[in-house]
Design a protein around this ligand. Structure first.
Ligand code: FAD
Length: 524
């Protein structure tokens, strides 16, 4: 009944908004008499820059872009919209690395969070507290993880979990989950946060944690920007190692690959094993027709791998990607540890590829790939990505139906990640949803579309993947989700959906925040 009433109010609000928009068009004039007016840009260049994202799959132009100098500027904007008779949408924009229009605010205002770091009057927006049993860093929501890492390393510390790519913002990844090869041990980034400063959809500035205003804290973490704008996060740190033994182990059998991955993320292997565990799926055709060498593999390595695929008539080869952290004074120890670990694994004999790199170089490795892709002109192309969490119990079915089925004769450009995580490291009080199995896989289909035909084909392929999961009853969850309808969101959140509606009604009753997710009746 409460839920029904909330939706009735939303529909009424929707009608009011459309009538006001057609009467006046644009934003209410009073907005430009606020103190923040000089920081609201309505010029074409500014609005065009905020009208798409990394995915290049969706476009919508906002009326304006706010370049906040302080968090209070954001609060002023949101408070104005929320109390206006014609509320307009507001979306926080981190680095715009979303794939499906999540940062768009058609007809409203995009808040360029990165301006906070540039305009805060020089006040540091990253502060490390190294003393005490649990060191942490206070970082502005607009800060890049690369900058968080840099500041922490000055104290010999590092975040416990990093995403593969560090040029993402703190607020952007905490609104999703923030996963990477360390998440099997520490959970996603959202479970490694102690405290947040949040501006809710009513413009209230709230500090929240597990102990204070915990409802908002749990809502915002993984909350897809629906309940508030994160302006500061207190993130736990740990001592940083200096170097990483970085290995890739090749597998011809998916069953052996997943068995070894699950061993590596189990408590049994946790201390004596890798500190970082991910994995990749590579099509045979990529080995033959793709780049002859990569950042990691030499051309001799690629030839050797292609030989493996040919020898066994494989359509796909799998790699475990592992990182073992160490300091220079422990080289012998890390060698022994690596040897002992590799003895327990069943990769193809002789197919160990190893590097030894500085910790920062390891964590920032995607930046180097970005440089290569940019120089080849294939970074700013459409990215019809599909990220799924697949329960452990169905991962082999998924592999058979998707990699050896749907993509049997295809060779899309891009990267496929496949690695497991432990569900008990996630906190179900947070908004993010995961499958029910105790272990689930992140399967990331990170496509790059190099032509219009590619976009259409990959879109069809992604739909076929979802249809396959639904037909065969695989209880997948989308990561970095966007659903076209509320039915999609209902299915996504399952039993959490009624709580989501309750939280939305409480923290963003005018539904002005993050309309690009299309979770609530939209302004578009
Ligand atoms: P944006 O895309 O700008 O924003 C994302 C969402 O959060 C939007 O809905 C936005 O409105 C909202 N938002 C942004 N800032 C705030 C804020 N301060 N407060 C509240 N809401 C906010 N993800 C992983 O988990 N692991 C990875 O390893 C990983 N690797 C990636 C590699 C690349 C090359 C790319 C492009 C993306 C990768 N991602 C990864 C996905 C990434 O986490 C998401 O794209 C996420 O959106 C963060 O990007 P961003 O900081 O640019 O946020």
């Amino acid at each position: 009944c409460f839920v029904g009433l909330f939706f009735l109010c939303l529909v009424a609000g929707e009608l009011l908004r459309s009538s006001m928009a057609s009467a006046g068009g644009g934003l209410p004039h009073d907005l430009f008499s606020l103190g923040i007016a000089s920081r609201i840009c309505t010029d074409r260049n500014s609005t065009a820059r905020a009208s798409t994202d990394f995915g290049h799959m969706f476009e919508a132009t906002p009326e304006a872009v706010l370049l906040p100098a302080t968090p209070a500027d954001i609060a002023d904007l949101i408070r104005f919209s929320a109390s206006s008779p014609a509320p307009f949408p507001v979306a926080a924009l981190g680095k715009g690395h979303s794939g499906r229009g999540q940062t768009l605010a058609p007809g409203g205002v995009v808040v360029d969070m990165r301006a906070l770091g540039r305009r805060c009057g020089g006040a540091a927006r990253v502060n490390v507290s190294a003393a005490g049993a649990q060191p942490y860093i206070d970082a502005g929501g607009e800060q890049l993880w690369a900058d968080v890492l840099r500041a922490a390393l000055e104290h010999g510390l590092a975040p416990r979990v990093c995403t593969d790519y560090l040029h993402l913002t703190v607020g952007g990844t905490l609104s999703n989950a923030g996963i990477g090869g360390q998440a099997f041990r520490h959970g996603p980034q959202i479970t490694n946060v102690q405290e947040l400063d949040v501006i809710t959809g009513t413009g209230e500035m709230v500090t929240c944690s597990r102990a204070n205003n915990s409802e908002l804290f749990f809502a915002v973490l993984g909350g897809l920007g629906q309940f508030g704008v994160i302006t500061r996060a207190r993130i736990w740190l740990e001592p940083a190692p200096k170097r990483v033994r970085w290995v890739r182990l090749a597998y011809s059998s998916v069953a052996t690959f997943t068995k070894d991955q699950e061993l590596l993320i189990s408590d049994r292997a946790s201390e004596s094993g890798f500190d970082y565990v991910e994995g990749q799926v590579v099509f045979k055709r990529t080995l033959f027709e793709g780049p002859k060498s990569t950042q990691f593999f030499s051309s001799a390595d690629v030839t050797k791998l292609a030989g493996l695929a040919s020898q066994y008539g494989l359509s796909t080869v799998y790699f475990i990607e592992g990182g073992m952290y160490y300091n220079e004074d422990a080289t012998t120890l890390v060698d022994q540890k690596m040897e002992a670990l590799l003895r327990q694994l069943s990769f193809e004999p002789g197919f160990v590829f190893a590097k030894d790199v500085a910790y920062v170089q390891f964590l920032d490795r995607v930046c180097e790939e970005e440089r290569v892709l940019r120089s080849a002109g294939v970074w700013d192309v459409p990215h019809p990505w599909l990220n799924l969490f697949i329960p452990r119990s169905r991962i082999l079915d998924f592999d058979a139906g998707v990699f050896k089925g749907i993509f049997r004769d295809a060779n899309p450009a891009g990267l496929i990640l496949m690695y497991p995580m432990n569900k008990d490291r996630w906190d179900d009080r947070m908004t993010t949803v995961t499958p029910n199995d105790d272990v689930f896989y992140n399967v990331a289909l990170l496509w790059s579309a190099l032509s219009v035909n590619d976009v259409e084909q990959l879109h069809r392929d992604n739909k076929a993947v979802i249809a396959f999961c639904e037909k065969t009853g695989i209880e997948y969850k989308q990561y970095l989700p966007r659903h076209a309808s509320q039915d999609g969101w209902l299915q996504h959140f399952g039993v959490k959906w009624s709580k989501i509606i309750e939280l939305k009604a409480k923290y963003d009753p005018q539904t002005i925040l993050s309309p690009g997710q299309r979770m609530f009746p939209s302004f578009a």
